[in-house]
Design a protein around this ligand. Structure first.
Ligand code: UN1
Length: 477
């Protein structure tokens, strides 16, 4: 099997690596991907540093053209890249193709942004002085991405980093290097000068750690676990660099008595179980007022009965496998914890076997849960959700906000009054009314509050906040 190599200073390199295994069929090796050493990371960082002066002053038309070309190629290859994504991560094929299209749209968006870079000219408070406020590229950016969005998250960090003139050392999750390798290959062939984008695949403990230890990086943008996020933060404080963290969620979906039951059930099922619940925007706390509680549970359970858990690339699969054995163990451990805590297992909870050997777990729903149980407080990151019964809207809102996290918060209601109040008072970075908590647009800010996120928002024009640094220049007329 040929090895997919790392890209360092414009050269493909690396002779040893690791197998990328398909979670829908553990007999299938999706590909062999190089593992970078600490020295490789040092070389990548040096290459990105050397490439920075020229790239940070590159013409906006050059940046526009490369980003546009990359977006076009990703879009043209959406079926092939979507299938690769489904095979390496376990998302269903339609979800995987959708995510690939989204990655293409992100490149297209930032291709446009490259042509819209602008500053401000304002008068000074002193006579005969002009003030210019401009944004300059930050420098060499470390990008560390998670396994659950193998193409969209790399796209939404790489595209703005390049658009605003930064150079990059990029470490994708070692579980899913395939789509990341493809994006880097596409950008390399689209004409990025050497050293502007460096790919270092491999383990967090080696590659990620070497990035955190580097005093050269001007910023690190990270999406992943709370534990690793903390280490990114601590190392960044030590080195005095900018950092941006997107971490966990324990997102609530409130269902009020006046909700349209079909809308509520669709939103809850999507939020909790699509993408196998492996989204930081997934909803795992369904907070339901007592007047609709029993009807909602009955309708949601009926819906869960219709969802097929199977091989991600098989037509008709609604929920793919869990990503690997370790995550599956976390999920099943939490199911046991939920039972021991006294929540009632209303649906699922069992492993299932299919034609191909994979990590298949039924969508799992608990009822009679309280917001104090561990299954309601800790992020599980699997197809496991619980229903928490509450008296009224006020208790629902208080329960929704009673969490260490604050990424996305949803409500199903037909009341304008409650929807309006919830939008204002939900302690979350994103609020969804009659919509799933997950599945966001690519052109508007993404991010959360409290333990979910730190630093400026990602995506859309708000991405400039992290990837640039502001300069204020005064000139005597
Ligand atoms: C989405 O819900 O569309 O890791 C995106 C995650 C998030 C992305 C969610 N950063 O799940």
């Amino acid at each position: 099997m040929t090895i997919h190599q790392n890209l360092i200073a414009g050269e493909w390199t690396g002779t040893t690596g690791a197998e990328n295994i398909n979670p829908s069929d553990t007999n299938e090796v999706v590909g062999l991907y190089a593992s970078a050493s600490v020295q490789d990371v040092a070389d990548a960082i040096a290459a990105a540093k050397a490439a920075f002066p020229a790239w940070s002053r590159s013409g906006i038309l050059e940046r526009h053209a490369i980003l546009k070309k990359a977006g076009e190629e990703i879009l043209a290859r959406k079926d092939e890249l979507g299938a690769l994504l489904a095979r390496e991560e376990g998302k269903t094929l339609p979800e995987a193709i959708g995510e690939t299209i989204r990655a293409a749209q992100i490149f297209e968006f930032f291709a446009g942004e490259a042509l819209r870079l602008a500053g401000e000219v304002v008068p000074s408070v002193r006579p005969n002085i002009g003030v210019e406020i401009t944004r300059e590229p930050l420098g060499v950016i470390g990008i560390i991405t998670p396994w659950n969005f193998p193409i969209a998250i790399p796209a939404w960090k790489i595209a703005p980093a390049l658009c605003y003139g930064n150079t990059i050392v990029f470490k994708p999750a070692d579980l899913v290097p395939g789509c990341s390798w493809a994006i880097v290959d596409i950008l390399h062939r689209a004409g990025l000068p050497k050293g502007v984008l460096n790919l270092v695949m491999g383990k967090g403990s080696v590659v990620g750690q070497a990035m955190l230890d580097s005093p050269v990086l001007s910023g690190i943008t990270f999406t992943g676990s709370v534990g690793t996020g903390k280490r990114v933060a601590l190392s960044s404080v030590e080195h005095g660099r900018k950092y941006q963290l997107e971490m966990g969620g324990k997102n609530p979906m409130v269902v009020l008595d006046d909700a349209d039951l079909t809308v509520a059930v669709e939103a809850a099922a999507n939020s909790a179980f699509f993408s196998t619940g492996q989204r930081c925007t997934a909803s795992s706390r369904l907070i339901v007022t007592e007047g609709i509680h029993d009807r909602f549970v009955a309708a949601l359970t009926e819906k869960l009965n219709t969802l097929n858990v199977d091989n991600a690339i098989k037509a008709g699969t609604h929920i793919g496998p869990v990503v690997d054995a370790k995550q599956l163990k976390t999920d099943t451990d939490y199911i046991e914890i939920g039972k021991q805590e006294g929540a009632k297992l209303a649906f699922g909870g069992e492993l299932v076997s299919r034609d191909t050997p994979g990590f298949y777990l039924q969508p799992t729903l608990f009822t009679e849960a309280t917001n104090q149980m561990r299954i309601s407080r800790e992020e599980i990151f699997g197809p496991v959700a619980s229903v928490i019964r509450v008296k009224d809207y006020e208790e629902a809102l208080a329960t929704a906000n009673d969490t260490p996290f604050g990424l996305s918060s949803g409500i199903a209601t037909t009341s304008l009054k409650h929807a309006t109040h919830f939008k204002r008072n939900a302690e979350a970075g994103m609020v969804m009314v009659n919509l799933p908590t997950a599945g966001v647009d690519f052109h508007v800010p993404f991010g959360g509050r409290k333990g979910s996120s730190f630093g400026p928002r990602e995506q859309g024009k708000y991405a400039a906040e992290f990837f640039t640094t502001v300069k204020t220049a005064y000139t005597l007329a």
